[in-house]
Design a protein around this ligand. Structure first.
Ligand code: PEP
Length: 249
């Protein structure tokens, strides 16, 4: 019912040359990925190159952040309209690296989600707890709070036009993955929380897992009933690995 999505998050990696090689590799293998949609979220400076490379291919693309403002004196920021101009379909919002390294609050993440939706982009809204929070057994409180901020701003109808990514902070870039059971538990919690607002939206909502997803653990994670694909960091920088995750999802 929910087609899985495997979205790469290149973060701040790559050169024009390495991006070309990676895009060529992904394009060459994309047709063999039948069961999942593919997307790459790239640094802004590569968007034109990515658009030229992927236009007409089955692979979508997007940015890794956006401004909540439409335009103006916001040095260094990028608007939703700018992303749209480069053919973006997706934009990552509230990645833990933005929340922790740039101090983005739940409210700001909700505002960015609204700005993306208003422009017609699909936000990939990231939520997830730190290791300390998991150890304190407050995972659901944290994830629930992050989700509620977005729900309060865009409503369940708005959330229905988003993708949610559950990314336990302790599993991002650490090689440490949540077990399929740990991930499923939080995914089910997220879906139930949305269902309390709107069962139909909850049933259709794609919830991706992110945190050291690799070719050798993707199938097991994605076999869980509430895991609808992945947001992939490190492994999205190697075409074969990214495609293997796509085939496994
Ligand atoms: C991410 O940054 O969204 C991520 C999941 O990274 P990694 O796959 O490298 O853990």
């Amino acid at each position: 019912m929910r087609k899985p999505l495997v979205a790469g998050n290149w973060k701040m990696n790559g050169t024009r040359e390495s991006a070309r090689t990676l895009l060529d590799g992904i394009k060459a293998g994309a047709m063999a990925v039948n069961g999942a949609d593919l997307a790459v979220c790239v640094p802004y400076v590569f968007l034109q190159q990515v658009q030229e490379a992927l236009d007409g291919s089955p692979i979508a693309w997007g940015g890794q952040d956006l401004s909540k403002e439409p335009k103006g004196a916001f040095t260094g920021d990028i608007s939703a309209a700018m992303l749209l101009e480069f053919g973006c379909r997706f934009v990552i919002v509230g990645h833990s690296e933005r929340r922790t390294l740039h101090g983005e609050s739940d409210t700001e993440v909700a505002e960015k989600t609204a700005a993306a939706l208003e422009a017609g982009l699909t936000p990939i809204v990231c939520v997830g707890e730190t290791l300390e929070e998991r150890e304190q057994d407050v995972t659901n409180d944290v994830v629930g709070r992050q989700l509620d901020a977005v729900l309060a701003r865009v409503g369940s109808a708005g959330l229905g036009r988003c993708v949610v990514a559950y990314e336990p902070v302790w599993a991002i870039g650490t090689g440490r993955t949540a077990t399929p059971e740990q991930a499923q538990e939080v995914h089910a919690f997220i879906r139930a929380r949305v269902a309390a607002e709107d069962a139909e939206v909850a049933g259709a909502l794609k919830i991706l897992y992110g945190g050291s997803m690799k070719p050798d653990n993707a199938a097991e994670l994605c076999a869980k009933p509430d895991i609808d694909g992945g947001l992939i960091g490190g492994a999205s920088l190697v075409a074969e690995d990214f495609l293997a995750i796509g085939r496994a999802a």
